[in-house]
Design a protein around this ligand. Structure first.
Ligand SMILES: Nc1ncnc2c1ncn2[C@@H]1O[C@H](COP(=O)(O)OP(=O)(O)OP(=O)(O)O)[C@@H](O)[C@H]1O
Length: 211
């Protein structure tokens, strides 16, 4: 289980964005997270992805309490959590080809890169793999980001407004890829979205963050 317990977090200690929030993602489950803009959904997602250190509270992964966040997060925990963001362009080095983007986590961890299999999984055709980020659409780039997020076969996937920039058919295709991966791997998913219809269809349970 990936869980946050009594998390208080934000960017200024005197003005936390979220206060005393607890949330758990069981293996195989999809938890939706909704709430108005500014309520702290992304902040909570970043804490759970070990990218942001909370002021207080704990994150545990499969029973182990995480002691370090950001660059201090132990690799064995970081690699268990895949992350997808709203704007793929901000999370990709523009000098890289899609092939390099998808291969990056495997290379960094000394594993075989499986780029062709991962590209097929997210329906990226081979000709796209040699293009750079500015030579593909948002949807194609988000497909590459999903392939990158799945590269190390994470036990948990945090999707922060992953589909906001995408059209309905690309959204449906990416959600289907995640569902298939989940069926086969029993991964737990945290899905953040403004789109309640999407969350109702996608998630087993939807949590609402208050303003
Ligand atoms: N890096 C940052 N530095 C300072 N304040 C920030 C930072 N990131 C977010 N905030 C502030 O924290 C609050 C919560 O932001 P957050 O992005 O977590 O909310 P959200 O619910 O995900 O919003 P949205 O639905 O608009 O994405 C907002 O008031 C925002 O301005």
């Amino acid at each position: 289980m990936l869980s946050a317990t009594a998390i208080t977090a934000g960017y200024h200690p005197r003005q936390p964005v979220i206060t005393d929030i607890s949330l758990a993602v069981e293996p195989g489950a999809t938890i939706g997270l909704a709430g108005p803009s500014g309520s702290g959904k992304s902040t909570l997602a970043r804490v759970l992805s070990l990218l942001h250190k909370p002021f207080s509270g704990t994150v545990t992964i499969d029973g182990a309490v995480v002691e370090g966040f950001r660059y201090r997060a132990p690799r064995q925990y970081r690699t268990r959590i895949g992350v997808l963001f709203q704007q793929p362009r901000l999370s990709v080095d523009p000098r890289m080809t899609l092939r390099q983007v998808i291969a990056e986590p495997s290379r960094a961890n000394g594993k075989p890169d499986r780029v062709d299999d991962l590209a097929e999984l997210v329906a990226l055709t081979p000709d796209l793999l040699d293009r750079r980020a500015h030579e593909v659409s948002d949807g194609q780039l988000q497909r590459a980001c999903l392939a990158r997020a799945l590269a190390l076969r994470p036990a948990y996937l945090v999707c922060d407004e992953m589909t906001t920039m995408l059209d309905a058919s690309t959204t449906a295709a990416l959600v289907a890829v995640i569902r298939d991966y989940q069926k086969e791997s029993k991964a737990g998913v945290l899905a953040i979205s403004h789109d309640m219809q999407l969350l109702d269809r996608w998630a087993d349970e939807v949590r609402q963050l208050d303003p």
